[in-house]
Write a new protein. Structure first.
Length: 317
């Protein structure tokens, strides 16, 4: 396929070989593999340079968004796939995308299912949903009001569209994926490939695994987009009480992790942004109820290990 695989690397000497090998082992080889080293202080550049046919683009440390954008600028492919340094592609990932593009050629964004390694190495779970399909703004709504269901490594994006929407926003590092998906969802329909196209590995340094880091950034990103779309967006792009729906989602995530402090942070942030929701009204009257709810989760987890993970991923798809 005419695909440029772009990998952003920062101190990933131990992780990135598997990512590069997975891109090189594709049954439908990509046009090129570009690795942007974002000012690593370990041996990443030497490790990357040892792979034949891989283009190394070094830069001073500027963050993952800037590194991905730098790779996109250097890319010659018609399509872009952004693979994280700690993830890998199944051998048939690009072949799956290619078949879907051939069967449904009128789309500019394609995405597929993801296999994620369970914590503690307890096997893998598969997640995928066609919720982003449908006329604009279906993908926008899916990524505003659900737990994030996409990942850059599981998406094939037409290069000219990526550049037209402005790429990744470095100001959103930590939730840059969500921000891009929302902007793409305002421009075009998405097409789902009902097959696994990405394998996400879990380890202590995973940014996506640090939910405390992403919860508030994600809520701020969503509410910023809601405010902007209210002012500038097309009529009907957002449902009624869109900000409240976003706060409800953040609260539910905080509850499921059993963290009363996070619940309080969400409520304080919602009040500062003048967002009202049924959940926040209830909990503002009784913070003790929210704390008791969180403690119940901790007790249930002790009685039934793994309950919270099954609930979080099973209930939300």
């Amino acid at each position: 396929m005419n695909v440029s695989v772009v990998i952003a690397c920062y101190n990933g000497a131990a992780l990135i070989p598997a990512a590069i090998r997975s891109a090189q082992a594709q049954s439908a080889p990509p046009r090129e593999i570009i690795v942007v080293d974002d000012g690593s202080t370990d041996d990443s550049r030497a490790v990357i340079a040892a792979f034949p046919g891989v283009r190394l683009v070094p830069q001073a440390n500027a963050g993952v968004s800037a590194a991905r954008n730098r790779g996109a600028e250097a890319a010659a492919g018609e399509w872009l796939l952004f693979l994280d340094q700690d993830d890998d592609l199944p051998p048939d990932a690009l072949e799956i995308f290619g078949r879907t593009v051939a069967a449904h050629p009128d789309f500019s964004v394609y995405y597929g299912a993801i296999e994620t390694e369970r914590q503690g190495g307890r096997g893998w779970r598969t997640s995928g949903s066609a919720a982003c399909e449908g006329p604009v703004p279906a993908a926008l709504r899916a990524n505003l009001f659900r737990v994030q269901i996409l990942a850059p490594g599981a998406m094939l994006i037409r290069a000219d569209l990526f550049r037209r929407v402005g790429g990744f926003d470095p100001r959103r590092d930590g939730v840059e994926d969500q921000d891009l998906f929302i902007r793409l969802g305002l421009q075009t329909e998405f097409k789902y490939c009902d097959a696994v196209v990405l394998r996400k590995r879990q380890h202590a340094a995973n940014v996506s695994g640090n939910w405390q880091l992403t919860l508030m950034k994600g809520l701020a990103c969503t509410l910023d987009h809601v405010d902007r779309l209210r002012r500038e967006g097309p009529a009907g792009a957002l449902p009624a009480h869109a900000g409240g729906k976003a706060v409800d989602l953040a609260l539910r995530r905080a509850f499921r992790y059993g963290d009363p402090t996070a619940v309080r942070q969400v409520l304080d942030f919602a009040r500062a942004r003048n967002v009202r929701t049924p959940w926040s009204c209830l909990l503002r009257r009784s913070d003790r109820w929210g704390q008791a709810y969180a403690r119940l989760w901790k007790i249930a987890e002790q009685l039934w290990p793994g309950l919270r993970e099954r609930w979080r991923y099973g209930r939300l798809g």
